[in-house]
Design a protein around this ligand. Structure first.
Ligand code: B3K
Ligand code: ZN
Length: 874
């Protein structure tokens, strides 16, 4: 397989000024006629050859300026059509054929539930027609769709509808024109029998936008939340960034078979139905929040991604990091800023940190790839968003806005780089941000170690921060903003003043100080410090780093109870829980009895009793760190010990606090219709955290059964079913059966039924997984269903997947091999849990490696799977 490098970038030697596409849709023989107006635009290499990308399509005809070419006039192979035009400007017409019905990769033009749809990002357009398939080639698109009318009443593409009419033989057609130049990865086509809901939005400059959501007819009652989310997003982007929608129509189509969450095609977003469809009976709070944020994310792409796009795919974080940052800020504003921040940090730690420490580690601007689709990663997206957040942390919200304004002023309609973004931020604020470059090109999670020295005589406090990357002094030290605060051991805030010479590396931010760590090692000195304070480190998680603090249990207790910063309060609770579990792991290894760390138990009690605490924050504070987060603290993972200690800790807390947990649970039983609203969400969240502990005691399982049978809303039903699923009792079987009866016809809800069983902590989990795979409702062609069994098993059923026999690994390897032939993107995503084999004990290490080797030995391995497996084994 070929490796592509950022350093090889060259501008295109041809431009495509406009493209007119005609689709004659047919499941097995779709004919695509592509007429392009081309111009030669010499680049450095001075090569006149026109090399068009094209794969998996049959070339029928090729014309230049009305002259039909013969096979001697071009070169054709599996990936390229190469022409040697002699004119500087000409019309190129290409006719090809493809079979959307047979396309199970869900890339390019394919069928889902009998409808047609497309997915072109990153390089799918070349499976539709021959083209310069690269994001820096921008063109005006006109699309004519011809199809059988009874099967395809709805014909959609990007931009505005300019013409539509009936044709003989039961066919009809529609012509769409997009007035904005765009790269081909933003092209979309949808055809089929779909129903729609409609609404309008009045922009701040007074235009009326037609909003439409298209779904399969049976889902028409589940679109209201998505529509409300779209309107909120449009308003938020106007208020926060002055960004207004630019077409007269905005369409969203929900499809069941989709590789990712959604796609921001200009004016015609295509969504995984999981991120559109919701009603209280079928969707959880997590689903509702997911829909709101993905709708927002795709909408925000209209400016950050579409109007200003990427020069090449190595710049992916330019649009993704920025757009994730924007959707995070939006969700914070809609619900709760600290809760959103904590949830994002949890996601980052449990998914991105391991990626950045494993064999697939790459900088947010990767320097090479074999298969681009493998680089839609937590690193490019979530760490990318953290890096964008650094600009806002350094420049303030107003400074960041100035940078955004300048970015659009300079680059609207262009395909640009992460440097262009950084320069806009720097120039708009008249500051030097060149050191930020290091965040884009170095991989790994930075570790910052803090040390303090208090001089009682001079009354000075010296705080030393030292940064390392992958265990070494970084080649290029990073610019790391560390937000800190001080308090006394009584929890009272303290105001400390930095010494004069530190003024450049330090900024006051409300009741906090922003320390700017720019050197490998740096001291920050505070003066007139009467007594040694408690230091609150990394408030708001001001940088995506691992911070090692000298704080011990007494400091953590003070911070957990009193810090003004919600993030640090939560973090300190996590640190106490972690300390408790770490001493448990040591005890387990020395065959000593397990105990709860008293300071953790005390903090847990005080959080549980604190009536002033926001209920969502309380729920988060009472939730133990995941086993995998505990595992991340060890070089070689003591799996059995962590499992035993985790189990013990939950059980011990449940026993010790059963009264208070039950009281809290009961006080949150409200008999109100479901509302997606901050307070109601928080109540359900805390109630279900309590339920999870309570269900550790057999006498409380009836509470879960009762909550399940109430059927108040999917959040409560599913939480109850989840706790029951870990017990192989008659009640549990009965509830699972009842759930299936109720929902077997609703594929998104049925996914939940599959997921819960795939995540269950039961002894014969392998048999259970095999049963799920053989279930008549299991479909290899549906990514959501595959993820709900195999994705969940590998990622979320840590204990079941890693059972010592290695059967979990074998099963996953076999399934990856099977999926490799059906849908390479989905197959390659499932490999990740195996790729961390080096961190496990020698027995597991060997078995995991063998599983990977068995995949690598497979014939016809896709680039997608090959890249992940070969890097994992390297
Ligand atoms: N840009 C798309 C992802 C495309 C995935 C290509 N394999 C969705 C998003 O990030 O909004
Ligand atoms: Zn995106």
């Amino acid at each position: 397989p070929v490796t592509h490098y950022l350093k090889d970038y060259q501008p295109s030697n041809y431009q495509i000024d406009s493209i007119e596409l005609t689709f004659d849709l047919d499941p097995l023989a779709t004919r695509v006629t592509n007429v392009m107006q081309m111009t030669f635009s010499p680049n450095a290499s001075d090569d006149r050859r026109l090399v068009l990308n094209g794969q998996k399509i049959t070339l029928l005809e090729c014309w230049i300026n009305g002259n039909l070419l013969s096979a001697e006039d071009y070169d054709l192979d599996d990936e390229f059509l190469t022409l040697s035009p002699s004119l500087d400007a000409f019309e190129l017409k290409i006719v090809t054929q493809c079979a959307p019905q047979n396309n199970t990769s869900l890339e390019g033009l394919y069928r889902t539930s009998g409808n047609y749809c497309t997915q072109c990002e990153a390089l799918g357009f070349q499976t539709i027609t021959y083209y310069l398939d690269r994001p820096d080639v921008l063109s005006f698109f006109t699309t004519k769709i011809i199809a059988d009318k009874s099967q395809n009443a709805v014909l959609l593409s990007n931009g505005n509808l300019v013409e539509a009419s009936d044709l003989p033989d039961g066919k009809h057609y529609a012509v769409w024109h997009d007035p904005f130049k765009k790269p081909c990865y933003l092209f979309a086509l949808v055809a089929g029998n779909l129903s729609l809901i409609q609404d309008t939005y009045q922009t701040m400059d007074g235009r009326l936008v037609d909003l439409r959501i298209y779904v399969e007819p049976q889902n028409i009652d589940k679109c209201d939340h998505a529509m409300a989310s779209l309107k909120k997003s449009m308003q938020w982007d106007e208020e926060r960034y002055g960004l207004v929608y630019d077409l007269d129509i905005y369409m969203i189509v929900a499809v069941d078979d989709f590789n990712m969450g959604a796609m921001e095609n200009k004016g015609l977003n295509v969504f995984n139905s999981k991120f559109v469809l919701a009603k209280p009976e079928t969707a959880t709070d997590v689903d509702y929040e997911g829909i709101e944020s993905v709708i927002a994310h795709e909408y925000f792409h209209n400016w950050t991604g579409n109007r200003v796009t990427c020069r090449d795919w190595f710049q992916l974080t330019l649009k993704e990091g920025l757009t994730v940052f924007r959707d995070q800020e939006f969700t914070g504003d809609m619900l709760s800023i600290p809760v959103k921040r904590i949830e994002d940090v949890k996601r980052l730690r449990s998914n991105q940190f391991p990626e950045d420490a494993g064999p697939m580690a790459h900088p947010i601007q990767p320097q090479s790839y074999i298969e681009m689709n493998n680089f839609y990663t937590m690193t490019v997206y979530e760490k990318g968003a953290e890096v964008v957040r650094l600009y806002q942390t350094l420049l303030g919200r107003d400074g960041f806005r100035k940078g955004m304004d300048l970015y659009f002023q300079r680059h609207d309609g262009q395909a640009v780089t992460v440097e262009d973004f950084r320069n806009a931020m720097a120039d708009a604020n008249h500051v030097d941000l060149s050191q930020m470059q290091a965040w884009y090109v170095q991989e790994g999670t930075p570790v910052v170690t803090a040390k303090t020295h208090y001089d009682a005589k001079l009354q000075t406090l010296t705080l030393s921060l030292e940064q390392t990357l992958k265990g070494k002094v970084p080649q290029q030290p990073l610019m790391i903003p560390v937000l800190i605060g001080f308090m006394g051991y009584d929890g009272q805030p303290l105001t400390l003043m930095p010494s004069v010479q530190d003024k450049n590396s330090l900024e006051e931010r409300g009741d906090s100080w922003l320390l700017k760590l720019t050197e490998p090692k740096q001291d920050f000195i505070f003066e007139q410090v009467a007594t040694y304070p408690v230091i609150s480190y990394l408030r708001d998680f001001s940088a995506p780093i691992i911070l090692k603090t000298p704080n011990a249990l007494p400091e953590l207790e003070v911070l957990a109870q009193y810090d003004s910063n919600a993030f640090v309060r939560w973090e300190s609770m996590q640190a106490l829980a972690l300390a408790s579990m770490e001493q448990g792991v040591s005890a387990y290894q020395q065959q000593q009895p397990l105990t709860l760390l008293p300071s953790f138990a005390a903090a847990f009690a005080s959080v549980l009793a604190d009536s002033s605490l926001d209920l969502s924050l309380k729920a988060l504070a009472l939730t133990l760190p995941e086993m995998t987060y505990v595992a991340d603290q060890y070089t070689e993972i003591p799996l059995e010990a962590i499992q035993a200690v985790h189990q013990f800790t939950q059980q011990a807390l449940a026993e010790k606090f059963s009264q208070a947990l039950l009281q809290t649970y009961e006080s949150l039983q409200v008999n109100e219709p479901y509302r997606y609203e901050k307070q109601a969400i928080a109540q359900r969240k805390l109630k279900n955290v309590c339920l999870k502990y309570l269900a550790k005691l057999p006498q409380n399982l009836a509470i879960a059964v009762n909550q399940f049978e109430q059927k108040s809303n999917m959040t409560d039903v599913l939480s109850a079913l989840e706790v029951l699923s870990h017990h192989q009792t008659a009640d549990s079987a009965k509830c699972l059966q009842a759930f299936y009866q109720d929902w077997s016809k609703d594929s998104l809800v049925l996914d939940k039924w599959f997921s819960i069983q795939a995540a269950a902590q039961v002894p014969d989990i392998l048999a259970q997984i095999n049963q799920l795979l053989q279930h008549p409702d299991f479909k290899y062609t549906n990514p959501n269903r595959v993820r709900s069994v195999l994705g969940v098993f590998g990622r979320l059923n840590w204990v079941g997947f890693h059972q010592a026999s290695g059967t979990g690994y074998q099963l996953l390897a076999e399934q990856v091999i099977k999926l490799n032939g059906i849908n390479p993107q989905i197959a390659s995503r499932l490999v990740a849990p195996l790729s961390h084999w080096k961190r496990y004990d020698s027995g597991r290490r060997l078995l995991m490696r063998q599983a990977l080797e068995s995949i690598l030995a497979t014939e016809n391995l896709s680039k997608d799977v090959y890249e992940i497996v070969s890097r994992s084994l390297a």
